[in-house]
Design a protein around this ligand. Structure first.
Ligand code: PBG
Length: 330
């Protein structure tokens, strides 16, 4: 054949493939989710997340050294608290001496160079497993936002570098920005879960934190009145643009793999950094297939992550962050 363009020419050796490669992964791209609980000597594997653990503060110390040693720069902190601390108001969320606040101080003391991001939503503190306050069968927006503001300021006081509201209440980014500024925390950033879908891929996470909505009369069984409908695309851009306008510093799309179209739409639309969350169910799926010998873990994980970069994300929260940092060093 007389072909002028033969695409395969640029695939003939690993050298030329590397030279024309459009995207790459770096340890700087990753955010490490951390699950922390009270107690001593705890390193508890999450049953549906093989190889991923919940730590108590003493065992977390070693984990933080490992994370730093791998060159990773940031963590996203989630805490599991006892049922006795949960209620419908979520007031434990802004207890200055609460477990999240204690955890933030601990991380800052052990690893001052680590950039600390914290989850802001009421579900770990909610006796009914919702991200907001429930009243007459509804998750009430404005009172919830007031509580989230107190929560975010208490995280900043404890030393958080950035708060990550994952609650999907309306208007919370602006309210958080104003609350942080009024308290003197102009440099504390906001990574907004801007397009967060009501996804069934969060199952293992809710097991890890014991935070699923309870099965009770007058309590909504799912989060569909605040998280987004997986069928919607244009609405995601609306959410993202709103959060940009309200002062979000980083815009997140969540989950990851099934929502690459949304990541790309966001990248085409905004100039701010975009992050993506490869969530617990995505981790569980890959781990299950690997355990069966059906997929090659390293190859499939790296492929799933480069897809996020290709789609337009610059930051990736992933339970594989440590594995990738290790592989990149090899
Ligand atoms: C809570 C929150 C969830 C996740 C992050 N923050 C669960 C939910 O919305 O029910 C999910 C993360 C994961 O599945 O890895 N607001």
């Amino acid at each position: 054949m007389e072909l002028l363009n033969r695409s395969r020419r640029l695939r003939t050796s690993s050298a030329i493939r590397a030279m024309v490669r459009e995207n790459s992964l770096s340890v700087d791209d990753f955010i490490v989710p951390l699950f922390v609980q009270e107690g001593k000597g705890v390193k508890s594997e999450i049953p549906s997340m093989p190889g991923y653990f919940r730590y108590s503060l003493d065992t977390l110390t070693e984990e933080l050294h490992t994370i730093l040693g791998l060159g990773l720069k940031s963590v996203l902190v989630f805490v599991k608290v006892g049922d006795e601390l949960k209620d419908n108001s979520g007031k434990e969320a802004f207890n200055p001496n609460g477990f999240m606040q204690e955890t933030i101080k601990h991380i800052k003391a052990v690893a001052p160079e680590l950039y600390i991001m914290t989850d802001v939503a009421l579900d770990p503190y909610s006796s009914v497993g919702h991200d907001g306050i429930v009243s007459n069968g509804k998750i009430v927006n404005d009172p919830t936002v007031e509580t989230l503001c107190k929560m975010a300021v208490s995280h900043a006081e404890a030393g958080a570098d950035m708060v990550a509201p994952s609650d999907m209440m309306d208007g919370r980014v602006l309210a958080l920005r104003q609350a942080l500024d009024n308290a003197g925390y102009q440099d504390v950033g906001i990574m907004s879960y801007a397009a967060k879908y009501a996804s069934s891929f969060y199952g293992p996470f809710r097991e890890a934190l014991d935070s699923a909505p309870v099965d009770m009369k007058d309590i909504p069984k799912d989060k569909k009145t605040y998280q987004m409908d997986p069928a919607n695309r244009k609405e995601a851009i609306k959410e993202i643009l709103q959060d940009v306008e309200q002062g979000a510093d980083i815009l997140m799309v969540k989950p990851g793999m099934p929502y690459l179209d949304i990541v790309r739409d966001a990248a085409n639309e905004i100039e701010q950094p975009i992050s993506v969350y490869q969530v617990s169910g995505e981790y569980a799926m890959i781990k299950a297939a690997v355990a069966n010998g059906w997929l090659n873990e390293k190859e499939v994980v790296l492929e799933s992550l480069i897809a996020f970069k290709r789609a337009g994300a610059s930051l990736i929260a992933s339970y594989f962050a440590k594995d990738v940092a290790y592989w990149l060093k090899e």
